[in-house]
Every structure is written in C-alpha cells, then in structure tokens.
Write a protein that binds this ligand. Structure first.
Ligand SMILES: Nc1nc2c(ncn2[C@@H]2O[C@H](COP(=O)(O)OP(=O)(O)OP(=O)(O)O)[C@@H](O)[C@H]2O)c(=O)[nH]1
Ligand SMILES: [Mg+2]
Length: 598
C-alpha cells in the first residue's frame, strides 16, 4: 500500500465517492448516478484495495443478482448444494446480502480494512428479510458432492435490483457487486427483459467482471428459444457480452428440496461454468482488478456528472457576479472618472508653458512678450471662466463607488431570491444575504477602497509632475523648445511689422499675431496634457478593478463554495476524484505489469 500513501488516497477517494453518492441520494433524477457512485466506491474498497494489500485470491466471491423473486436464492441452493437460502414466494424477500461459505474454509477472508464498510456484519443468525444495512455469513456444511465449489468460493445471495431508488437495499446489492469476482445474473419467465434489472446488468457488464446469465423457470422445451431471445433482445443490445447464458428449466419441488441428487445435471452445468471462470483464482482476481481499474478511469466523467447541475448553478452565479462587476466598473467610469478633471494636470500645463519662457537675461524678452500678449490673456481668461461654469462637476469618488456597490449587491440578492427554488446554490446564497453576505461584501469593498487610494495617491501626482519634470531634466530639449518658442514669438512680431509697415496698426497686429502664436503653443501643450490625463483615467480604472471590483467579484463568486458549505465539499470532491482515480490506475498498472493492465 506504500504507493498509495498508506491508504490515504484510497480512503479519501472512497469518502469522496460516498459523499457524492449521498449528495445525489435524495434527488429523483440522480438515483442512477448514486448507484454508479456506490458501485465505484465498492470497487475501490472491496476489489482494488484488497488486491493492492496482497489479500489472497481465494476464496473468490460469486454474487447472485437479479430482479425480485426471479430465483436468486434458489440458484444459491443449487450452487451450495444445501437448501440453506430462503427461497420464498414473496418477491423481494431477501433484503440484505448473505454470504455462504464452506464450514471448513478459511475464516479470515473478510478481515481486511474497509471490507463492505457501509454494511455492519451481523453476529447472530438472522432471517434474510431483515431490512437493514447489514450482511451475514452462513456456513455451508461440506457434503462430499457439494464440496468442490464451496471450498474455493464465497457465494453471495443479494437483495433484488428492481428499482434504482438510491435508499434501501440497492446500495447493499451494489456493495456486493463491487466485491464480486464472478456475477450470476438471474432472470425468470415473463420478466427476462425488465427495464431496471437490464440497466443493472449493463452497469455490471461495464465493470468487465465475468457475468453468467441464468434464465429460470421455463419449460425445458422452450429453453433454446428463450436463450436465443434473451441473447438477441437483451445482451445483443448491450455493449459488453455475458460469458455464458444458461437455462435452468422449471424444477420440481422435490428437486428444489434435494438439488444435489435430483437436480444434478442443471447444477453441474452451473458449477462447471463458475469453476472454469475461477480457475486459477489468482488470474481470475487479476482480471477483475484490471477491469475494475479500467472501468473507474474510463467512467470518471460519469461519476462527476452527478454534480453537473451543481457545477452549472455555480457557473451561473459566477457569470452573474461578473456581469455585476462590469456594471460596477462602467458606472465608476461614467459617473466619476469621465468627468474628473485631475486639477494637478491643469497646474502641470501652466508649469509646462512657464518652462517654455526664456530664463535669466531672456526673461526681459519674455516679460516684454508677456506684456505684448496681455490683451490675449485677458480675453482668454474671461472666456475660460465663462466656459468652465458650464462644465459638469464630477461627483465625489467614494459615494459613486458606494452606490455602484449597492446596485451590484441588490442585483445579486434579487436574482438569488428569484432563483432560490431552481437550485440549492441560489437558496444558499439567499440565506447568505439574509444573514451577513452583504455586510461582509461591504467590508471587503472598504478594504479594497483603502488599498486603491493608497496605491493611487502618488500615481496621479507623479504622472502630472512628470509632464514638466521630464522637460526640466533634459536641458537640451528644454533649450531647443525655448528657442523654438522664442523664434516663433520673434517671427510673429517681425511678421506683424512686415504686414503693417511700421504704423499705428502695429499696435493691433503685433499683439494679435503674438496671441495667435501663443494660442498654438498652448493648444499643443494642452493636447499633450489631455493625452496624459486620459492615460491616468485608464490607469485609475485599471487600479479600481485591480483593488476593488476584481477581488470583490472573486470573493463573491467563490462565496457559495466556502465556509464549509455543501458546495465547498462538492468542489473538493470534484477536484480530487479524477486525480485519485488516475493515481489508483497507475498503481494498479505498476502492480499488474503492462501485459495485464489494459
Ligand atoms: N417450483 C419451482 N419454484 C421455483 C423455481 N425457481 C424459483 N422458484 C420459486 O420462486 C420463488 C422465488 O424464488 P427465490 O429463489 O426466492 O427468488 P429470489 O430471486 O431469491 O427472490 P427475492 O429474494 O424475493 O428477490 C420461490 O418460492 C421459489 O421456490 C423452480 O425452478 N421451480
Ligand atoms: Mg431471495
């Protein structure tokens, strides 16, 4: 068991499969899944693990299964040669598994850990109709004629398989089906192709365990036709075939009372078939383990399908949370960011334009130009004030975010209430909202908002400063721009004089051209600053999503599957089962070797 981490892997796997089975149990549409999961868990618990723990191959286990009242207990009596199983006209009489083994056989074959774990071993003899999660062992006295089979086999009489109802006796039967090395499927007279037992037969065949079909209670003369019919109509429609299909024609009450002597021919045919399949026992056991490992890995998706509805509901919730996040982010942009002016960028523009003026001795020239541009400045200042009054002032940031959060949570709450009857996930979320889900979300939001402000505090100022600091740090560029600016001023003045030929009109022309030039420079500067402003807007939106809406969406999306909820357990099972099955298969492959595995 070293390869499997001292059994932790398998016990966790069995627990996860069992948990999923329980999860499906009360859902009418999922009882078939519950059955598959129980069989899967039993294959791990009773077939693969004992093999990996080097349990001896003998005795092999033969399970007799089939619909209610078809003659399973009668077949048990044929196999054991002792009239020991209660064959009863009341259909559905046998209610818990009963093992028949040789009185002289090895007593410790049921000793390994986990053996039929969900079933309690009855210490006292009890009638077969005890309807509890138990099993019992009965000893068969070894008569000379009966001895051959019963010495090497344990024969299991099982409850019927007439319903998939996940509660009651079906799980007991599936527990034994997982343990079995050989299955005997019993069907009788008019009920050869009852739908539910046929579905069970199909499931059992999928595990690749050898299945012997016994058709009961027909007239001897009808036997060939009935076998042909069963092979065509039932087995022929299934993907895997049974190893044999035998007829056990109607036996007289005398034959039933003394099968060893009076039903010898029928008995021997059956015993031979079982004997051949179980010889040699180690090879038979290895084949069963190979088949079980293969069945488990190839049907992993089927096992998880039990949780498909839950996964879909969780996905729906996630999508809804994400849609809410998109709306939250959009609202932040619409109601706050797009109208936010970032005042420091306007200051940066002023600094930038100041930088373009000549320093030192050039200041005299700059001042002169400043005077020349006075009319322009006055008109622009007046216009600027008039225009800025009409611009929309942005709302403060925090209330916008707070309102957006409220909208997000209200939408989620409303949807949870609306869908509460659709699936347990929504009901769970609704209960969460009734309790503290919204206030916990608000706490997360506050935390996110604080981190957001911290990371943003510097960033806007830094970007605004960078607008002129870059230029300050680059003397060559600054000198080039200043001289360019100065050259343009000179060109404007010279141009004005040239047009005006030195006259009174120059008092108008010189400031006018100087103003045109200055307007061009300011426009260029503004364009650059606005571009930077837009970049900081995008950046701020990203930071908002990174610190506030992103983590909150992640937390909300995960919420149903946290805090020890059913859905947390479910996700853990869905994550672990495929991994564990692959690992188990790899371990079996290692023990069996490549020629036997696959
Ligand atoms: N005479 C006669 N009776 C049979 C034969 N096979 C089965 N029966 C009777 O059919 C009834 C049901 O047989 P069982 O062996 O109890 O069937 P079962 O499948 O174990 O039934 P449950 O445990 O109730 O699901 C019993 O009364 C049997 O005696 C047969 O070949 N001949
Ligand atoms: Mg019975």
């Amino acid at each position: 068991m070293n390869e499997l981490g001292s059994g932790t892997l398998t016990s966790q796997l069995v627990e996860d499969l069992g948990w999923l089975e329980e999860h499906c149990r009360n859902r009418p549409l999922q009882v078939v899944h519950a059955g598959q999961l129980r069989l899967a868990a039993s294959l791990v618990r009773n077939c693969i693990v004992p093999f990996l723990e080097n349990q001896p191959a003998t005795p092999l286990h033969v399970a007799v299964v089939g619909g209610a009242g078809v003659g399973k207990s009668t077949v048990i009596n044929l196999l054991t040669g002792a009239v020991i199983a209660e064959a009863n006209p009341q259909a559905g009489f046998t209610r818990h598994p009963i093992a028949y083994s040789s009185a002289n056989g090895s007593p410790d074959w049921s000793g390994h850990t986990g053996f039929l774990k969900p079933l309690r071993k009855l210490e006292e003899a009890s009638p077969a109709n005890l309807d509890e999660d138990v099993y019992q062992l009965r000893k068969v006295p070894e008569e000379p004629i009966a001895a051959n089979l019963i010495r090497n086999f344990v024969v299991w009489d099982c409850p019927d398989m007439t319903t998939w109802a996940a509660t009651g006796y079906v799980p007991r039967l599936l527990e034994i089906a997982g343990l079995a090395d050989i299955l005997i499927y019993v069907a009788s007279d008019e009920r050869y192709n009852d739908e539910i037992p046929t579905q069970f037969l199909q499931l059992l065949l999928q595990t690749r365990k050898p299945v012997i079909v016994c058709l009961m209670k027909m007239k001897e003369a009808d036997a060939p036709a009935i076998i042909a019919h069963f092979q065509r109509e039932v087995l022929g429609k299934l993907a895997q075939d049974a190893v044999a299909c035998l007829a056990i024609p109607f036996l007289t009450p005398e034959q039933l009372a003394d099968p060893v002597r009076l039903a010898a021919r029928t008995r021997i045919t059956l015993l031979n078939q079982v004997g051949v399949l179980g010889d040699p026992a180690p090879a038979a056991r290895r084949r069963v383990v190979t088949g079980a490992a293969r069945y488990l890995t190839t049907n992993c998706e089927q096992f998880l399908a039990a949780a498909r509805q839950d996964v879909a509901a969780l996905e729906d919730w996630r999508s809804l949370v994400q849609a809410g996040q998109v709306e939250f982010d959009n609202r932040y942009r619409r109601e706050y960011l797009s109208s936010e002016k970032f005042a420091s960028f306007d200051e940066a523009l002023v600094r930038l334009l100041d930088l373009l003026e000549l320093p030192g001795a050039g200041k005299v020239v700059s001042n002169t130009l400043w005077v020349v541009r006075t009319p322009y400045r006055l008109i622009k200042g007046w216009l600027g004030k008039a225009l800025s009054r009409s611009e929309a002032a942005s709302l403060p940031e925090y209330p916008v975010l707070e309102q957006s959060l409220k909208g997000w949570l209200d939408m989620l709450h409303k949807e949870a209430v609306r869908r509460a009857d659709d699936h347990g996930v929504w009901a769970h979320i609704e209960t969460g909202f009734d309790s503290d889900l919204a206030s916990l979300a608000r706490e997360r939001f506050e935390q996110g908002f604080r981190s957001f402000r911290l990371s943003l505090a510097d960033e806007v100022e830094r970007t605004a400063r960078a607008i002129y600091e870059e230029l300050e740090k680059s003397p060559v560029m600054l000198a080039t721009l200043r001289s360019g600016n100065f050259a343009l001023d000179v060109a404007a003045i010279v141009g004005a004089f040239t047009i005006g030929h030195f006259g009174v009109q120059d008092f108008v022309l010189v400031p006018l051209l100087a103003a045109v030039k200055q307007q061009i420079i300011e426009l260029l500067g503004r364009q650059y600053v606005d571009n930077q402003r837009e970049q900081i807007r995008t950046r701020q939106q990203l930071l908002e999503a990174q610190y506030i809406s992103g983590p909150l969406a992640e937390w909300l999306a995960q919420w149903p599957a946290t805090g020890g909820s059913t859905f947390e357990r479910l996700q853990a099972a869905l994550r672990r089962i495929p991994l564990a099955l692959r690992q188990l298969d790899a371990t079996v492959a290692k023990v069996l070797g490549p020629s036997e595995h696959r």
